[in-house]
Design a binder for this molecule. Structure first.
Ligand code: APR
Length: 237
Protein backbone atom coordinates (compact mmCIF):
# COMPACT_ATOMS: atom_id res chain seq x y z
CA UNK A 1 0.00 0.00 0.00
CA UNK A 2 1.32 3.47 -0.89
CA UNK A 3 1.60 6.40 1.58
CA UNK A 4 -1.55 7.50 3.43
CA UNK A 5 -2.93 10.80 2.16
CA UNK A 6 -4.88 12.93 4.64
CA UNK A 7 -7.26 14.16 1.95
CA UNK A 8 -7.75 12.95 -1.61
CA UNK A 9 -9.88 15.10 -3.93
CA UNK A 10 -11.15 13.29 -7.02
CA UNK A 11 -12.73 15.04 -10.02
CA UNK A 12 -14.66 12.90 -12.48
CA UNK A 13 -15.93 13.66 -15.97
CA UNK A 14 -18.02 11.95 -18.62
CA UNK A 15 -15.29 9.40 -19.34
CA UNK A 16 -15.96 7.55 -16.08
CA UNK A 17 -19.54 6.87 -17.21
CA UNK A 18 -18.67 6.02 -20.82
CA UNK A 19 -18.42 2.28 -20.09
CA UNK A 20 -21.84 2.46 -18.45
CA UNK A 21 -23.17 3.40 -21.87
CA UNK A 22 -23.58 7.15 -21.29
CA UNK A 23 -22.25 9.49 -23.98
CA UNK A 24 -19.29 11.75 -23.44
CA UNK A 25 -19.28 15.26 -24.88
CA UNK A 26 -16.18 15.70 -27.02
CA UNK A 27 -15.41 12.22 -28.26
CA UNK A 28 -16.05 11.57 -31.94
CA UNK A 29 -19.64 10.40 -31.35
CA UNK A 30 -20.07 12.66 -28.34
CA UNK A 31 -23.10 14.72 -27.42
CA UNK A 32 -21.58 17.90 -28.85
CA UNK A 33 -21.16 16.15 -32.19
CA UNK A 34 -24.94 15.54 -32.20
CA UNK A 35 -26.24 18.77 -30.67
CA UNK A 36 -25.13 22.42 -30.73
CA UNK A 37 -24.11 23.53 -27.24
CA UNK A 38 -25.77 26.91 -27.79
CA UNK A 39 -29.08 25.19 -28.56
CA UNK A 40 -29.26 22.75 -25.62
CA UNK A 41 -26.81 23.84 -22.91
CA UNK A 42 -27.22 27.62 -22.53
CA UNK A 43 -29.89 29.80 -20.87
CA UNK A 44 -30.35 31.54 -24.25
CA UNK A 45 -31.02 28.19 -25.95
CA UNK A 46 -33.58 27.34 -23.28
CA UNK A 47 -35.31 30.70 -23.69
CA UNK A 48 -35.34 30.25 -27.48
CA UNK A 49 -36.69 26.70 -27.54
CA UNK A 50 -37.52 25.24 -24.11
CA UNK A 51 -39.12 22.13 -25.59
CA UNK A 52 -35.92 21.20 -27.48
CA UNK A 53 -33.88 21.60 -24.28
CA UNK A 54 -36.36 19.71 -22.08
CA UNK A 55 -36.41 16.87 -24.63
CA UNK A 56 -32.58 16.77 -24.69
CA UNK A 57 -32.42 16.38 -20.91
CA UNK A 58 -35.46 14.06 -20.71
CA UNK A 59 -33.61 11.69 -23.07
CA UNK A 60 -30.41 11.91 -21.00
CA UNK A 61 -32.39 11.49 -17.74
CA UNK A 62 -33.95 8.30 -19.13
CA UNK A 63 -30.57 6.97 -20.31
CA UNK A 64 -28.97 7.77 -16.95
CA UNK A 65 -31.81 6.05 -15.08
CA UNK A 66 -31.26 2.91 -17.20
CA UNK A 67 -27.46 2.91 -16.76
CA UNK A 68 -25.57 0.88 -14.16
CA UNK A 69 -22.48 2.00 -12.25
CA UNK A 70 -19.33 0.38 -13.63
CA UNK A 71 -16.19 -0.95 -11.94
CA UNK A 72 -14.68 2.54 -11.79
CA UNK A 73 -17.67 4.03 -9.92
CA UNK A 74 -17.68 1.02 -7.58
CA UNK A 75 -13.94 1.31 -6.91
CA UNK A 76 -14.25 5.01 -5.99
CA UNK A 77 -17.14 4.24 -3.62
CA UNK A 78 -15.01 1.49 -2.02
CA UNK A 79 -12.11 3.93 -1.67
CA UNK A 80 -14.35 6.53 -0.05
CA UNK A 81 -15.71 3.93 2.42
CA UNK A 82 -12.48 2.15 3.34
CA UNK A 83 -9.68 4.69 2.92
CA UNK A 84 -8.10 5.86 6.22
CA UNK A 85 -7.94 9.48 4.96
CA UNK A 86 -10.74 11.73 3.60
CA UNK A 87 -11.93 11.12 0.02
CA UNK A 88 -13.87 14.02 -1.56
CA UNK A 89 -15.70 13.18 -4.77
CA UNK A 90 -16.40 16.08 -7.15
CA UNK A 91 -18.14 15.31 -10.43
CA UNK A 92 -18.92 17.28 -13.58
CA UNK A 93 -21.38 14.51 -14.46
CA UNK A 94 -25.10 14.92 -14.04
CA UNK A 95 -25.82 11.18 -13.86
CA UNK A 96 -26.27 9.50 -10.46
CA UNK A 97 -23.85 6.62 -11.01
CA UNK A 98 -21.45 7.58 -8.20
CA UNK A 99 -24.35 7.48 -5.73
CA UNK A 100 -25.72 4.27 -7.29
CA UNK A 101 -22.27 2.72 -6.63
CA UNK A 102 -22.49 3.71 -2.95
CA UNK A 103 -20.56 7.00 -2.91
CA UNK A 104 -21.69 9.70 -0.46
CA UNK A 105 -21.71 13.50 -0.37
CA UNK A 106 -20.79 13.71 -4.07
CA UNK A 107 -20.36 17.34 -5.12
CA UNK A 108 -22.25 17.71 -8.40
CA UNK A 109 -20.72 20.93 -9.70
CA UNK A 110 -22.80 20.82 -12.90
CA UNK A 111 -26.03 19.78 -11.19
CA UNK A 112 -28.00 16.59 -11.57
CA UNK A 113 -30.47 15.14 -14.07
CA UNK A 114 -32.37 13.68 -11.10
CA UNK A 115 -33.50 17.15 -10.01
CA UNK A 116 -35.77 19.81 -11.43
CA UNK A 117 -35.24 23.48 -10.59
CA UNK A 118 -37.90 26.19 -10.51
CA UNK A 119 -36.60 29.22 -12.39
CA UNK A 120 -39.13 31.37 -10.49
CA UNK A 121 -38.44 30.43 -6.84
CA UNK A 122 -35.25 28.31 -6.95
CA UNK A 123 -37.08 25.32 -5.41
CA UNK A 124 -35.49 21.94 -6.27
CA UNK A 125 -37.35 18.67 -6.38
CA UNK A 126 -36.95 15.17 -7.79
CA UNK A 127 -37.55 15.53 -11.49
CA UNK A 128 -40.28 13.46 -13.16
CA UNK A 129 -39.02 11.21 -15.96
CA UNK A 130 -40.44 13.77 -18.40
CA UNK A 131 -40.01 17.41 -17.40
CA UNK A 132 -41.81 20.02 -19.49
CA UNK A 133 -43.13 23.57 -19.50
CA UNK A 134 -46.39 22.12 -18.14
CA UNK A 135 -44.68 20.81 -14.99
CA UNK A 136 -45.77 23.09 -12.12
CA UNK A 137 -43.32 23.88 -9.31
CA UNK A 138 -44.53 21.96 -6.21
CA UNK A 139 -43.51 24.95 -4.09
CA UNK A 140 -44.79 28.05 -5.91
CA UNK A 141 -47.00 26.48 -8.58
CA UNK A 142 -45.34 28.46 -11.37
CA UNK A 143 -44.76 26.69 -14.70
CA UNK A 144 -41.02 27.56 -14.78
CA UNK A 145 -39.42 24.14 -14.35
CA UNK A 146 -36.00 23.52 -15.88
CA UNK A 147 -33.43 20.75 -15.53
CA UNK A 148 -31.22 21.35 -12.47
CA UNK A 149 -28.16 21.32 -14.74
CA UNK A 150 -25.57 24.12 -14.91
CA UNK A 151 -25.43 25.54 -18.44
CA UNK A 152 -22.57 27.35 -20.14
CA UNK A 153 -22.44 30.89 -18.81
CA UNK A 154 -23.89 29.87 -15.44
CA UNK A 155 -21.95 29.49 -12.18
CA UNK A 156 -21.18 25.86 -11.26
CA UNK A 157 -22.37 24.70 -7.83
CA UNK A 158 -20.28 24.19 -4.65
CA UNK A 159 -17.31 26.20 -5.92
CA UNK A 160 -16.30 27.66 -2.53
CA UNK A 161 -16.35 24.21 -0.92
CA UNK A 162 -14.49 22.62 -3.84
CA UNK A 163 -11.67 25.18 -3.77
CA UNK A 164 -11.46 24.89 0.01
CA UNK A 165 -11.00 21.11 -0.37
CA UNK A 166 -8.41 21.57 -3.14
CA UNK A 167 -6.40 24.02 -1.04
CA UNK A 168 -6.15 21.46 1.77
CA UNK A 169 -5.69 18.21 -0.12
CA UNK A 170 -2.48 16.22 -0.56
CA UNK A 171 -3.58 14.25 -3.62
CA UNK A 172 -5.75 15.42 -6.52
CA UNK A 173 -6.85 12.95 -9.19
CA UNK A 174 -8.85 13.76 -12.34
CA UNK A 175 -10.66 10.84 -13.99
CA UNK A 176 -12.32 10.75 -17.41
CA UNK A 177 -12.31 14.45 -18.19
CA UNK A 178 -10.90 16.26 -21.23
CA UNK A 179 -9.72 19.23 -19.17
CA UNK A 180 -11.28 21.65 -21.64
CA UNK A 181 -13.93 23.33 -19.47
CA UNK A 182 -13.17 25.72 -16.64
CA UNK A 183 -13.33 26.03 -13.68
CA UNK A 184 -12.88 22.22 -13.43
CA UNK A 185 -9.90 22.31 -15.80
CA UNK A 186 -8.13 24.63 -13.35
CA UNK A 187 -8.54 22.40 -10.29
CA UNK A 188 -5.16 20.75 -10.95
CA UNK A 189 -3.48 24.17 -10.66
CA UNK A 190 -5.15 24.90 -7.30
CA UNK A 191 -4.04 21.48 -6.03
CA UNK A 192 -0.49 22.06 -7.27
CA UNK A 193 -0.38 25.44 -5.51
CA UNK A 194 -1.47 23.64 -2.33
CA UNK A 195 1.50 21.29 -2.69
CA UNK A 196 -0.65 18.26 -3.52
CA UNK A 197 0.43 15.40 -5.73
CA UNK A 198 -1.58 15.33 -8.97
CA UNK A 199 -2.61 12.33 -11.08
CA UNK A 200 -4.64 12.02 -14.28
CA UNK A 201 -6.50 8.80 -15.07
CA UNK A 202 -7.91 8.96 -18.58
CA UNK A 203 -8.38 6.98 -21.77
CA UNK A 204 -5.76 9.19 -23.44
CA UNK A 205 -3.83 12.38 -22.63
CA UNK A 206 -6.23 15.30 -22.04
CA UNK A 207 -5.77 19.01 -22.71
CA UNK A 208 -4.58 19.33 -19.10
CA UNK A 209 -2.16 16.37 -19.07
CA UNK A 210 0.98 18.51 -19.04
CA UNK A 211 -0.13 20.08 -15.73
CA UNK A 212 -0.34 16.74 -13.91
CA UNK A 213 2.70 15.16 -12.24
CA UNK A 214 1.63 11.65 -13.17
CA UNK A 215 -0.85 9.90 -15.43
CA UNK A 216 -2.27 6.48 -16.11
CA UNK A 217 -3.97 5.90 -19.44
CA UNK A 218 -6.59 3.30 -20.28
CA UNK A 219 -10.30 2.63 -19.82
CA UNK A 220 -11.59 3.78 -16.42
CA UNK A 221 -12.93 0.32 -15.57
CA UNK A 222 -9.34 -0.95 -15.75
CA UNK A 223 -7.14 1.90 -14.48
CA UNK A 224 -9.38 3.13 -11.63
CA UNK A 225 -9.84 -0.19 -9.78
CA UNK A 226 -6.07 -0.86 -10.16
CA UNK A 227 -5.27 2.57 -8.69
CA UNK A 228 -7.76 2.09 -5.81
CA UNK A 229 -6.30 -1.33 -5.06
CA UNK A 230 -2.85 0.28 -4.63
CA UNK A 231 -4.27 2.92 -2.28
CA UNK A 232 -6.26 0.62 -0.02
CA UNK A 233 -4.85 -1.64 2.67
CA UNK A 234 -4.82 -5.10 1.08
CA UNK A 235 -7.75 -6.44 3.15
CA UNK A 236 -10.00 -3.54 1.95
CA UNK A 237 -9.02 -3.59 -1.70
N1 APR B 1 -12.31 5.65 -19.65
C1 APR B 1 -11.63 6.77 -19.28
N2 APR B 1 -11.70 7.95 -19.95
C2 APR B 1 -12.50 7.98 -21.03
C3 APR B 1 -13.24 6.86 -21.48
C4 APR B 1 -13.11 5.65 -20.73
N3 APR B 1 -13.77 4.54 -21.08
N4 APR B 1 -13.93 7.22 -22.61
C5 APR B 1 -13.65 8.52 -22.83
N5 APR B 1 -12.78 8.97 -21.90
C6 APR B 1 -12.19 10.32 -21.78
C7 APR B 1 -11.98 11.03 -23.10
O1 APR B 1 -10.68 10.71 -23.60
C8 APR B 1 -12.06 12.50 -22.67
O2 APR B 1 -10.78 12.99 -22.27
O3 APR B 1 -13.13 11.11 -21.07
C9 APR B 1 -12.98 12.47 -21.45
C10 APR B 1 -14.37 13.03 -21.74
O4 APR B 1 -14.22 14.39 -22.07
P1 APR B 1 -15.53 15.26 -22.39
O5 APR B 1 -16.39 14.52 -23.34
O6 APR B 1 -15.05 16.64 -22.74
O7 APR B 1 -16.31 15.29 -20.99
P2 APR B 1 -15.99 16.17 -19.72
O8 APR B 1 -14.52 16.41 -19.58
O9 APR B 1 -16.70 15.56 -18.58
O10 APR B 1 -16.70 17.57 -20.09
C11 APR B 1 -16.69 18.55 -19.08
O11 APR B 1 -18.04 19.99 -20.45
O12 APR B 1 -19.74 20.15 -21.96
C12 APR B 1 -19.41 20.33 -20.64
O13 APR B 1 -20.93 20.24 -18.86
C13 APR B 1 -20.24 19.44 -19.76
O14 APR B 1 -19.58 18.41 -17.68
C14 APR B 1 -19.22 18.59 -19.05
C15 APR B 1 -17.94 19.38 -19.18
Amino acid sequence: MSEIYCKIVILTGAGISAESGLGTFRDAQGLWAQHRIEDVATPEGFARNPTLVQDFYNTRRHQAAEAQPNAAHLALARLQTNYPGQVILVTQNVDGLHEAAGAAAVLHMHGSLANALCAACDHRWTAPQVLSQDTPCPHCGTHAARPDVVWFGEMPYHMDQIFSELESCDLFAAIGTSGQVYPAAGFVDAATRAGAETLELNLEPSAASSRFEAARFGPATRVVPAWVEELLPSEDA
